[in-house]
Design a protein around this ligand. Structure first.
Ligand code: MG
Length: 247
């Protein structure tokens, strides 16, 4: 059952989305060699609090922080710690925000100082895969047209898409129906309708698509140690083009 959101509800999700965008913009400013991921978490909490919002990840199934900080071969759900960022690392920041009862979710991968051309290509391909996926989120299409477009583009660029984690509906809860895989055949699943609010989030690996979870129960890394990037936006399906609510 996929909830269609009213104009007023979408306005509230858009407000939460502005806070997500503010956190990611703040991260972009602060990310540099020498900063720890815990310091980034503290900065994110400050931005969320200053906007009278709540961090949606903190306490979610026991997650201990307000953002996920996933470095290099970490795909998603890295936990902020005393780890210091180094020149040449890449770091994915994922943040969920609750504001007046509504949720928005977004992620970006950032370069730490100067990075390799290969890492840059991985980041740019993932960013473009998300953009291409979002373009498909119209009432002309079915859900899997988003998935198929992301997979086709990422694989054409020589990368792989993670299967173990997927995008999701969002609104009055952080994770709602439907699940939105980043792979699959076109023209399957539900037909998209105006009022659907979706968090689309390709996770793309430089090597194979398989992941494993570390002993902390959260940190998902690539099985082959290759690097991974992650971009996410919360979007609303509209009559014509989708609206990016975290953009
Ligand atoms: Mg998400």
């Amino acid at each position: 059952m996929i909830t269609l959101r009213s104009r007023d509800e979408i306005a509230l999700i858009r407000k939460a989305g502005h806070v997500v965008r503010g956190v990611l913009a703040g991260m972009e400013k602060e990310i540099r060699p020498g900063i720890t991921t815990r310091e980034l978490d503290d900065i994110a909490i400050g931005i969320i609090n200053a906007n009278d919002a709540q961090p949606a990840f903190k306490g979610y199934r026991g997650f201990p922080a307000s953002i996920c900080t996933s470095i290099n071969e970490v795909v998603v759900h890295g936990i902020p710690s005393r780890r210091v960022l180094k020149e040449g690392d890449i770091i994915s920041i994922d943040v969920g925000v609750k504001l007046k009862g509504y949720f928005a979710d977004g992620a970006s991968t950032f370069a730490v100082g100067r990075i390799s051309p290969e890492a840059k290509e991985l980041i740019e391909t993932t960013r473009r895969a998300l953009t291409k996926g979002i373009t498909m989120a119209t009432p002309k299409n079915r859900l899997s047209d988003i998935s198929h477009t992301i997979q086709t583009y990422a694989e054409q660029e020589g990368f792989s898409v993670v299967r173990a984690f997927v995008g999701h509906g969002i609104g009055a809860k952080m994770h709602e129906a439907p699940e939105i895989p980043n792979f699959g055949k076109p023209n399957r699943g539900i037909r998209l309708e105006p009022g659907m609010v979706l968090a689309i989030e390709p996770m793309i690996n430089a090597g194979g698509y398989e992941v494993k979870i570390l002993d902390d129960g959260w940190t998902a890394v690539t099985k082959d140690g290759s690097w991974s990037a992650h971009f996410e936006h919360t979007i609303a399906v509209c009559a014509a083009d989708p609206e990016v609510l975290t953009g």
